[in-house]
Every structure is written in structure tokens, then in C-alpha cells.
Design a protein around this ligand. Sequence first.
Ligand SMILES: Cc1cc2nc3c(=O)[nH]c(=O)nc-3n(C[C@H](O)[C@H](O)[C@H](O)COP(=O)(O)OP(=O)(O)OC[C@H]3O[C@@H](n4cnc5c(N)ncnc54)[C@H](O)[C@@H]3O)c2cc1C
Length: 409
Amino acid sequence: MATPLTLPHDHQERLTLIRQTFPDATGPDLADHWRGGRLAALSTLATVDGIAYGRSRNFLDGAVTRLSPYLRHGCITLNEAIKAVKLKHGTRAEKLLFEFAWRDYWRQVWTMQGDTIRSDMESPKVAVGRAPIPADVLAGETGLPCMDAFISDLVNDGYVHNHARMWFAAYLLHWRKVDWRAAADWYEAQLLDGDIASNSLSWQWVASTFGAKPYYFNKENLEKYSAGRYCQDCTAQCPFDASYEALNQRLFGPSHAPARQYAVKALPGMSAPAGSKTTVLVHDEMLSPLHPLLAEAEHAVFIFDPALHGHWALHRLQFMADCLSEMEQVSVWVGDTRAVLSALDIGGIVTQASPNRDLQRLLAKFAVHWVAEEPIAEVQLRASDLKRFSRYWQKVGPQLLGDSHYRKP
Ligand SMILES: Cc1cc2nc3c(=O)[nH]c(=O)nc-3n(C[C@H](O)[C@H](O)[C@H](O)COP(=O)(O)OP(=O)(O)OC[C@H]3O[C@@H](n4cnc5c(N)ncnc54)[C@H](O)[C@@H]3O)c2cc1C
């Protein structure tokens, strides 16, 4: 049954309401240092140091931005972030602009390939595991202080540093032989920035099903970029303490897994709204009160739908409630998207285009006008340009950085 939800102005009261509304959502409340919404996004953006970022982003205590939850939910757009960083630092913030482009790249692949990104994009280059996630990993009790800390960051905070994501993904896939799809589903549900494209394709990049080789690491690498914080008191038998050559032999041996092929699914048709009345359907990638579609909206609705959000951890739902509390023109509902929209007198629907096929399927029986986001570069990207980031960057990089600053990755 569909129910409207009135979000309290007070943050603590909102946390409580969301906890009560979604009793099955797992994990702790949103940590105190996180606030969803555009205001929090703008103040985070104001603190970004694009120059320090370039020097230190690989270190756990480096000057990373923590913008991803805001970008993921559209509190600020990628273009806004790019413009702000360029205004502040120009192309001296090249490394950060380059990383922003990674987000766009994964999204372009998702748009073109659809649900297939949830399956092997290519044959794995090494034997990959197909095991479920082991209980000790789910409990955060692997006995390895580094991995247990990364699991705690994930489950308790919903944010994990990029390098820690890479180490953890490599540990799970190559040392523990877990199926990357099971790992990616679990990860996406816990992260505040959980994103089908960035997440699935990053796991595939580590697995080697979307890249030329698997990603793995050794103790020396982890110790250096974590400043020894996990290794100094560690008494565990370290599985990472070896040369890359020795680990390569130990983890992968000579065998190759067979190729797996999946069909590409077609996009549903996109049509203009019928009749004069329109409702803006606000979905989970457009949570900004300044979203252009809201400027002249007669009605705007957001729906917490179990089909889209039922697997997300509590702190993620609370983060979204923070965002929605700033969007006073939007009525918030809980229930099945089709049931809510059918019960309301909505007329046509207008919404931001999304590669999310689950959302597209939910809206298939309605007249929907999908409005594309402003691209970060005016380039035509073909499937062959999206085969590897380096090819995409050859087209997008010169526009983002200017020809004189563009360098091949
Ligand atoms: C296994 C794995 C899973 C991941 N899952 C997600 C996910 O669900 N959602 C998500 O947004 N990112 C994901 N990433 C990418 C990256 O780790 C995060 O975007 C980044 O750590 C977010 O923190 P930040 O905002 O402080 O990043 P910063 O390092 O400050 O980067 C600034 C912004 O650039 C973009 N960015 C940076 N690195 C990457 C990258 N490698 N891929 C894509 N975008 C990037 C993000 O939008 C990020 O907010 C994943 C990476 C790995 C290895």
C-alpha cells in the first residue's frame, strides 16, 4: 500500500522516522559527520583542495573530496563540481578532473550496455571465483586488521577510501575467490554513494572482466599508502606479504576461466508526456532543490520503492531523507512506484534520464518524458570509445582540460 511521508525538519527526528518506516533496513544510523542534501554538498565542495588531491589521493589520509554520496544522488551535478574545481584551480587540478571523468565513463558504459554491466563484460583474464561472501567477511571478523577496518568503514560509515575499496575488492575476489557480483551487490547496498555503474564496473575492473588484467596488491603497497596504521600492531599471518611475482603465481596460477556472454538488453521507448498536466518524478539521482525540472513543476513526487531501495542500508535511506527534506516542493511517498503514480492524478511524467533499467521498467506503462543531463563534454561516444577508459579519455580529456594540458593516461 502507498503511504505519504512527511519528513520532519529536525535531523534527529528524521533519522528516527526513517528507522521506523524501514524496520528491515540494516546497519546503524547515518553517522554524525554525514548530512545529506545540497547545502552539505556545497560546503563539502567548498573545502576541496584540487592541488593537494593530486599529490595525496592514494593515501588513506590524503586530501580526497568525499563528494561521491552527493554526486551519486544529484545534490550537485558532476558539471557543477567540475566547474567549481576549474574556477578554483584551473587545470592544475588535472588529477581530480581526471577522476571525475572516471565517474562519467562508467556511467556512459552503463547507458550503452544496460543491465549487462551486472554480468561479466569480457572473459576473465585469470581464473575467477564464484563463491558467496564468507560469514567472517560479513561479520567483519577476517582476523586481518586492515580488511576488518575497511568492512567497518563500509557498514558503519557507508564511505570507504578508493584505495581501500581496491584492496578490499582484490582480497575478496582473488584471495577469497568470491563471485564479484555477490560482492558488488553487498557493497552497493552499504555505501552512501552506492552506484550501479561505478560499483559494478569497478568490481569488474578488479576481477579482470572489464580490463586487461586483474588488480591485486601486496603488503608493501598497503603499508605505504595506509602509513602503516594496520600493519604496525598486526599479529595475523599476512597473506599479502610477498612480491607481486610470487602473489601472481599463488593467486592465479596458469589457468583461465571460460568466457561468459550475456545479451545486451534494449532501452525501453522514451515518449513525450500526454496531455497538458505533468508531474516531475524525482528519482534517487536528482535530489537537489535546484534541479532544473523542478523550477516550473506543478507537482513533484519522490517514491521510496522497495524494488529500487529495499536492499539499501539504513544510513543510505536516512541520507536521502536529508536531501529530500530540503526539497519542499516534492511530496514523498513509500510504496510501489506504479501504485503510487496510478493512485495520484499525475497527467504526464517528466523526469531526468537514467540508465537505471529497474527504474525504466517501473515506468514502462506510463507516458514519460526523459530529459537528458547536460553532458560533461560535447563528444559523440561510440561503443568502441567505451571499451577502455583510455579511449574515452582521448575524446573527453582534451575538452575537459584543453588541448594544451591534455595528456594520455
Ligand atoms: C570496488 C569499488 C567499488 C566502488 N563503488 C563505487 C560506488 O558505488 N559509487 C561511487 O561513486 N564510486 C565507487 N567507486 C569509485 C571510487 O572508489 C569512489 O568514487 C571514491 O572513492 C569516492 O570517494 P571521494 O568522493 O572521496 O573520491 P575522490 O577521490 O575525492 O574523487 C572525486 C570524485 O571523482 C569520482 N571518482 C573518483 N575515483 C573514481 C573511480 N575510481 N571510479 C568512479 N568515480 C571516481 C567520484 O565521483 C568522486 O566523488 C568504487 C571503487 C571500487 C574500487
